[in-house]
Unconditional design. Sequence first.
Length: 271
Amino acid sequence: MPELPEVETTRRGIAPFVLDQTIAQLVVRQPALRWPIPPELPGLVRGQRVTALERRGKYLLLRLDAGTLIVHLGMSGSLRVGDPRQSPRKHDHFDLVFAPALALRFHDPRRFGCLLWTDGDPLQHPLLVGLGVEPFAPEFTGRHLYRGTRGRSAPVKIYLMDHTLVVGVGNIYASESLFRAGIDPRRAADRVSEARYERLAGSVREVLEAALAAGGTTLRDFVNERGSPGYFKQTLAVYGRTGESCRVCNAPIRTVRTGQRSTFFCPRCQR
DNA sequence: AGTGCGGCCTGTCCGC
DNA sequence: TGCGGACAGGCCGCAC
């Protein structure tokens, strides 16, 4: 699922429930996620208070008194607020229990997510240290994209999804942003002008902001902290619309594969 | 050094 | 109805 809007929706949703709460217990049912949940983690986090809840790229950072829990939702993960006494469903892999009736429950059928711990600066963690700029930060500009793609001949969509350049843009929002910017996703990255990258940076922010306002995109798995889906799917211009007509020019939406991923675009609007 | 792909998992859908 | 294969919102890590 989760690209930046879905992770940020989750962060905002769970924050009021967990901030300043003390962890009573971490219950692990399935430690075999993308990386194994460290076996010593339940002992490490018990009794610690959640002091902040941040996001870096698609990672959620739960700051505790003595360190940070790093959570990634992978492809199919979600975090819900609920009653830990309710019997877990299939694929409910861990509970962060705060009170007898309050827990965060992590659900992830494909198990591409993770739960990790660091007692150092989480931004220096190996998984986070190489991340590029946040799309809502002032450093995310057309110039940044332009400079980052000089001498790069792979399709521009590849670099939009390369999180060493900019974080948070996955397969859905890469297609959507390129549509709004009028750029053919197959175009070589170093054959896109700085002016067009400027437009693209704006499109990325617009798409992510609109998706966030709609509570994210739910194709199948994504639900927010209350278990409700996001509504941005109805607004998607190209993603998943192969053969349907472009909302701008009526041409049929096409799909191609770029870097093993499906890419959707309008052959008339995007050059 | 940049690029391309295999792999991690489960679930679903499609064609035979 | 069953079965194999492709595909799905991410992304690391290894070949070349």
